[in-house]
Design a protein. Structure first.
Length: 570
């Protein structure tokens, strides 16, 4: 095999199975002239990280093959929908870095056309108005191993069906009294093919169509037909819709016209993330029952929650690329997502210093009225970011955990009689400690070596410990939210009998501390991201004010995923 053939073979093997389908379809010039995908969210909640994977896939496929992607809101359930969710979805998609084709579309744009399709199905004797109660409907459908039985109204005359459907539409029939069903096969092994519901009565005001409609189409009837109307070529959805595909195709068989683009449904494995809930219904409970503060609470797996926590769109897109597209469901370790944001912020986030658990240090041989400015590197990964000036004086703060009164031999931080390096500053030695009446250490008395400016050894002596610090006289106060995982179990739905997923909520998922930060952070803007040296990555919260700084911890510095990968190498 020649070199060109090898390259083509490797490129082919690197394609995911959806890309392979698309490429094969493109070879058939009579099938699709242009790739058109769609992202069809229901406006009944905020998008989560699973939706982000779908967004990256749908928009990414279209972009790769010179196509377009439609944003279409599946607004067929007005009881649970809200314009707030519509706006949040638009914002999330744009923040992730994608642009939809033309304007946003809505399933409600096609309500008249869908109704027309339904009328034609009745005329073809392929749909009928059914009066079974919900309980009777369940009984008549049978079970996966037992065929269903036909509704008593299955062979209702066409004209009567048309008259009753009109009455349903006009609000003349009470909710729950009637429904429109497709006439397919009550003995089908696929339960979705046993005369599925097409329309149900809902006398609810719609956020776009108002009170025009008293009936609303079911997802299975609205979705494929909306794809067809828009000329979608590839309807990419998650694996749970695999059993819906025969019904998707059946409806298209009834309405598709020769020569018009017919969409192809392709299923992929949804994203399941450890220590994370992906159900919008359950996420809504977390909000409504005040387990979290809002949909964009930084502990939530929503796109807006990740954004507020300090994640970047690049890190989420890279995460989606890394996990790839699979045909089988599995659980992705959340550590991989955390690894993705660490890698991204390591390159882009400026280094600063902050102290979250402050202990005062007085340098007794440093002049009390003196301050000086020291040079500090902004980002060692990016020389173009340059340096900044940080203030130093005779009073500083260090972390309480960086001092131990009776330190073991391998404790390389500060203790009485021991010398450490202050980052960018000087060597200091602790000479004494000050305690309060309860025996708690409140202050350290230290001396510094004036010849060690910049943290450099003046005589070649080695100092193993290097501490971060902030100048007490110029430091700014801030509230810092230390976020941990929202659930204590890898699978939050793993509960004891009588409990639900909320029993696995981590009571320590949020800890708020009063911190001291270097003065430069006073000028930070919401969503600005930093690495607090030795502590982790942090982001300025959107509710932060100049006189009330609030920072959110994005992720700690420890990268368990990278460590796991290193340990697994042969």
């Amino acid at each position: 095999m020649n070199e060109k053939s090898n390259i083509e073979k490797n490129e082919k093997e690197s394609l995911n199975f959806i890309e392979q389908i698309v490429e094969n379809d493109l070879k058939d010039t009579n099938k699709y002239k242009k790739i058109i995908t769609r992202f069809p969210p229901e406006p009944n909640g905020y998008l989560h990280i699973g939706h982000a994977k779908s967004i990256c896939l749908n928009f990414g496929i279209a972009k790769k093959y010179g196509g377009i992607t439609n944003l279409r809101f599946d607004d067929t359930n007005p009881e649970k929908e809200d314009i707030e969710y519509v706006n949040s979805i638009k914002e999330d998609i744009k923040w992730l870095g994608f642009e939809w084709n033309d304007k946003p579309y809505y399933a409600s744009d096609y309500f008249d056309k869908l109704y027309e399709f339904a009328v034609n199905l009745i005329k073809q004797k392929k749909a009928y108005v059914c009066e079974l109660s919900p309980e009777e409907l369940s009984e008549y459908r049978g079970t996966p191993t037992k065929p269903g039985k036909p509704s008593p109204w299955r062979n209702r005359p066409v004209e009567e069906n048309l008259m009753l459907l009109e009455k349903m539409k006009n609000g003349e029939i009470d909710e729950g009294k009637m429904m429109l069903r497709a006439k397919i096969d009550m003995a089908s092994p696929n339960m979705h093919m046993r005369d599925p519901i097409m329309y149900r009565i809902r006398k609810v005001k719609h956020h776009r169509t108002g009170n025009k409609w008293n009936i609303y189409p079911m997802y299975d009837f609205a979705h494929g037909q909306s794809d067809y109307i828009e000329g979608i070529t590839h309807s990419i959805c998650t694996l749970e819709f695999d059993v819906h595909r025969p019904l998707y195709d059946w409806f298209l068989d009834q309405i598709a016209e020769k020569g018009k683009t017919r969409p192809k449904q392709i299923e992929f494995a949804r994203l399941n993330l450890s220590y994370t809930i992906m159900s919008k219904r359950k996420l809504l409970r977390l909000v409504k029952e005040n387990y979290v503060s809002s949909w964009d609470d930084p502990r939530m797996p929503t796109i807006s929650g990740f954004r507020r926590r300090g994640y970047t769109p690049e890190s989420i897109r890279n995460f989606a690329d890394t996990i790839g597209v699979a045909k089988r469901d599995g659980i992705i370790d959340i550590a991989l997502l955390e690894h993705s944001i660490r890698e991204d912020l390591n390159k882009r986030a400026n280094r600063v210093m902050g102290v979250l658990n402050p202990l005062k240090v007085t340098i007794t041989n440093y002049p009390k009225d003196k301050t000086e400015l020291l040079d500090a590197v902004n980002n060692p990964e990016d020389e173009t970011k340059g340096s900044r000036k940080i203030q130093f004086s005779n009073q500083i703060y260090i972390e309480k955990d960086d001092f131990m009164e009776n330190a073991p031999r391998k404790f390389f931080r500060l203790s009485v009689g021991k010398e450490v390096r202050l980052r960018y500053a000087y060597f200091i030695t602790c000479n004494d400690i000050v305690k309060d009446e309860n025996g708690n250490i409140t202050e350290l008395l230290c001396t510094y070596d004036p010849k060690s400016k910049g943290g450099k050894s003046p005589d070649g002596r080695k100092v193993k410990g290097t501490l971060h610090w902030v100048d007490a006289k110029s430091a700014v106060k801030a509230k810092v939210n230390l976020y941990d995982r929202l659930f204590v179990k890898e699978n939050p739905d793993d509960t004891n009998e009588g409990e639900d997923f909320t029993s696995n909520i981590n009571p320590n998922s949020l800890k708020v501390v009063d911190a001291y930060l270097e003065k430069s952070l006073k000028d930070a803007k919401p969503e600005d991201k930093f690495q607090f040296e030795r502590l982790g990555y942090f982001c300025l919260d959107k509710e932060s004010k100049n006189d009330n700084l609030i920072f959110n911890r994005t992720v700690t510095l420890r990268d368990s995923w990278a460590k796991m990968q290193k340990n697994n190498k042969p």
